[in-house]
Design a protein around this ligand. Sequence first.
Ligand code: GLU
Length: 281
Amino acid sequence: MPSPILRFAPSPNGLLHLGHAYSALFTSLWAEALGGRFLLRIEDIDITRSKPEFTAAIFEDLAWLGLAWEEPVMRQSDRFAIYAAAADRLKRRDLLYPCFCSRAELAAHASGTDPDGAPLYPGTCRHLPPGEARRRLEQGVEANWRLKTDDAVALTGVLTYSVAGPTPADRPQIRYARPERWGDVVLQRKGTPTSYHLSVVVDDDAEAVTHVTRGRDMEPSTDIHVLLQMLLGLGSPLYTFHKLILDAEGRKLSKSKGSPSLRSLREAGRTAEEIRRQLGF
Ligand code: GLU
């Protein structure tokens, strides 16, 4: 049995809020219960939204909450070449294709929605005349590279993953992955050689993560993660999906809805002890 390795992997595109604090504390306590290691990973692939001051704030807020993590901390922005190499392996198997559609075109031609409520891609660029995609790439037109999800699933066959919880002592349950409901997901975004899905599976494997703990709202993306793990020969961790922290209107906390940051709570005089107690730890 490998030694348990868990991680908290925030994106530094804003200040952390109580939802992040819950996830970080949950993960660190789960690691402690298993006698495992707790890692921190900075998921800063979005070069337009990630800011060094938010990364600095993550370290400050987590230390204030009383968390300790191992050094060195992995930063995804150091690893673009590794993600590009993983995508190249899929390209060589003809499992990715370039998509030149704009956001407006996507919204106009969507064929339903994915589990996140985003428009499902109708496959327009998958059916470009032969040579046309190559011509546009040679002209330097930027593309999103999409996975041929149905072809990929035909290769891997039925996919399952294991969900642990609600406590570390409970027996894991097997669930079926349904990658098809996401359509042809983007694995490399215009201007970056990767995407959340690609980086997260490559890095969880690179860090030998055995247990992934994240909010319940992220369970559907496991469909894509297990598909990529199978295609790329990467490890498949045990998953745990924890509850979400909601605001007074019952909405999930978020940077964009202006949920109070841990920093603002600290500046207003709240102590780390109070925050931990409020979150049930
Ligand atoms: N970086 C992602 C976020 O902050 C989560 C990472 C993960 O647990 O997969 O939402």
